[in-house]
Design a protein around this ligand. Sequence first.
Ligand code: RIB
Ligand code: CA
Length: 308
Amino acid sequence: MRRFWIDTDTASDDAVAILMALRWPDVQVEGISVVAGNVHVEMGAKNARYTVELSGKKTPVYLGAARPLVRESVWGYFFHGDDGMGNMNYPEPKLPLAKGRAVDALIQAVRASPGKLTLITIGPLTNIALALKTASDIVEKIPMCYIMGGAAATLGNVTPAAEFNIYVDPEAAKIVFHSGLPILMVGWEHCRGAANLVEEEISHVRSLKTPYADFAIDCNAHAIATNQNWLGEPCLALPDPVTMAIALDPSICTKRGKHYVDVEVTSELTRGMTVVDQLGVTKQDANIEVCWAIDAVRWKEMLYKTLQ
Ligand code: RIB
Ligand code: CA
């Protein structure tokens, strides 16, 4: 069994990504750490526990950072709905919050299984930065970290320069990107356009007629409506599930390259920009891998498979 740890600001797309991992046959999700981002951390933890309960698992969900390292909080309610889950107002899950701080639980889990725990981050990187600052030894104990975040040499979704997860806590992202952690950065650019579910594909998910398929669309209802108003098309961007698909099957990322990447933390205009040195002009050593292309057809096939 492959073992995963998921760090998330659980709203609607996070929930689908978490469900994919929980339902993947050869993956055991050791723990889920929640961070403030799309929604307040307590709400994110409720959404994560609800998702775990739907999957029939008992994966521990830990409460993490309630705000970025130094910045004011930025929320995503406008996109995901007041509860982060399409205003479905799901009931309080029976699965209790796991005891202890998320950062301590993550450190403990990594130290207990050196080289065995793959880290997937699908929210702002506050918890990860805190864990690295508290226990720098975990860098060499984490075999791989898949990060949904950033925008490699392309436009962002919060500002023209920055993607939400990095924008919310750019200082945390800078710490993580320069920590030596083996990272594959999956940027926002791979999670829209051809990667989106269009109306027919949304209907196809519905046609699966399983609690998982219905949940995936129901909790993203507000996101679909927002896209309709924003982009003029009823489609669904699922950035966290795209990244989870790559963690589950790295060949979904069809083009990758190791580059020097830094994060803007001073300019307000480009706050949170992931600056990728594709041509090596900074003469800095490459620090992370960047995903440059994905197989959108296969990503969707994986999604459908986990919602059957
Ligand atoms: O920019 C998209 C990312 O920001 C996704 O992880 C979404 O859930 C939000 O956290
Ligand atoms: Ca997220």
